[in-house]
Design a protein around this ligand. Structure first.
Ligand code: PMV
Length: 296
C-alpha cells in the first residue's frame, strides 16, 4: 500500500457495475457457494476536495452507504473527509441490481484515486463488505464481490472463495416483477433448510461447469431446478412464478427468480432468436423488461 498527498488531482471519478444473481441465492448466506454476474449498467462516483464533507447523491436510496464508506476509509487510511461526493447511475435502485454495493465499491475506488492509495481487489472487497455488514447486519457479500471483480464469479460467503469464471455473453432476459422487496427482511425471515441448501449447492457446482462450456440448455435446466428450490424455501411470489413459467413456455432454456425474491426480478436464459418472444410473454403477464447487458 502506498499513500501520497495528491496535489494534482482534485477531482476524480470511479464506477462499479450492478449485478444479477445467477445461482445459489439464500444458500450463500449460510456458507454455500453462488454464481453472480456483473451487468453493463454502472454507478459512477465523483469525488473532489472540498471545505466540508458533502454528499450529492439523488439516485442513492440510502446515503448511509456513501457516508459509512467514507468514514471507514478515512479511519483505515488516515485521510481527511473534506470532500464533495456526487453520484450518477445508469439504473434505478428499484430493480434490485445491487445499487448499494455498487455505490459502496465505486466510492472506495474513487477515494483510492483521490488519495493515490493502491489497494488490492480483495482489500476493496473487505472494506466494502464491512460497510454493507455495518449497515445491513446481514448478507453474504456476493454483490460487493461482483461490483469489485466484475465478469462472472463463483463466490462463497464473506469472500471465502472469489473465483472469476471464464463465461462470455450469457444470453439473459431480465424481467422486473413490479414490486420492490426488502432483502434484509426476507433473509432474516427465512427458515434455513440445509437439505434444500445442499441441493442448491449441487446446482451451483453443475452450473459452474455448464456456464463455462456455454451450455445454455443445461444451464437453463439448472435455473428451473434452482427456482423450484427457491419456491420450496418460500421466497418466490405468484408473479415471479408466472413470469418464469411463461418465459419457459415461450422457449427460454430456463428461468428463475434472481436475488432475495419476494418481488424484484427474474432472469431467463434464452437463445437469441427467441428473445423477442420471451420478452413479450413476460410483458403480457405484467413484467417489465430491464435492458442491461451482462458479462462486461
Ligand atoms: O436481493 P438481492 O439481489 O440483493 O440478493 C440477495 C441474495 C441473498 O442470497 C438472498 C442475500 C445475500 O446477501 O447473499
Amino acid at each position: 500500500m502506498t499513500i501520497q498527498n495528491n496535489k494534482n488531482m482534485n477531482k476524480v471519478k470511479a464506477s462499479a457495475p450492478g449485478k444479477l444473481m445467477l445461482f445459489g441465492e439464500h444458500a450463500v448466506v449460510y456458507g454455500y457457494p453462488c454464481i453472480v454476474t456483473a451487468v453493463s449498467s454502472r454507478i459512477y462516483v465523483e469525488v473532489e476536495k472540498n471545505n466540508e464533507f458533502k454528499v450529492d447523491a439523488p439516485q442513492v436510496k440510502d446515503l448511509r452507504f456513501v457516508e459509512e464508506t467514507v468514514k471507514l476509509f478515512s479511519e483505515k487510511y488516515q485521510v481527511d473527509n473534506k470532500i464533495l461526493i456526487k453520484t450518477y447511475s445508469d439504473f434505478s435502485s428499484k430493480f434490485g441490481l445491487g445499487s448499494s454495493s455498487a455505490v459502496t465499491v465505486a466510492t472506495i475506488k474513487a477515494l483510492c484515486k483521490l488519495y493515490e492509495i493502491e489497494i488490492s481487489k480483495k482489500d476493496v472487497f473487505d472494506l466494502g463488505y464491512k460497510v454493507i455488514r455495518t449497515i445491513q447486519k446481514i448478507g453474504s457479500g456476493f454483490d460487493v464481490a461482483s461490483a469489485v471483480y466484475e465478469g462472472t464469479i463463483y463466490f462463497v460467503t464473506a469472500g471465502k472463495i472469489i473465483e472469476p469464471l471464464s463465461v462470455k455473453n450469457i444470453p439473459l432476459v431480465i424481467g422486473y416483477s413490479g414490486t420492490k422487496a426488502s432483502t434484509t427482511k426476507i433473509v432474516k425471515d427465512l427458515k434455513p433448510d440445509l437439505k434444500i441448501f445442499d441441493e442448491i449447492k449441487q446446482i451451483v457446482e453443475e452450473a459452474k461447469m455448464s456456464l463455462v462450456k456455454s451450455d445454455w440448455k443445461k444451464s437453463g435446466e439448472l435455473m428451473n431446478q434452482n427456482h423450484k428450490l427457491l419456491q420450496e424455501l418460500g421466497v418466490s411470489t405468484e408473479k415471479l412464478d408466472r413470469m418464469c413459467q411463461v418465459a419457459v413456455s415461450a422457449g427460454a432454456y430456463g428461468a428463475k427468480l434472481s436475488g432475495a425474491g419476494g418481488g424484484d426480478s427474474m432472469i431467463a436464459l434464452v437463445s437469441p432468436d427467441k428473445i423477442k418472444m420471451v420478452e413479450s410473454a413476460i410483458v403480457n403477464v405484467g413484467g417489465e423488461i430491464i435492458k442491461v447487458k451482462n458479462n462486461i
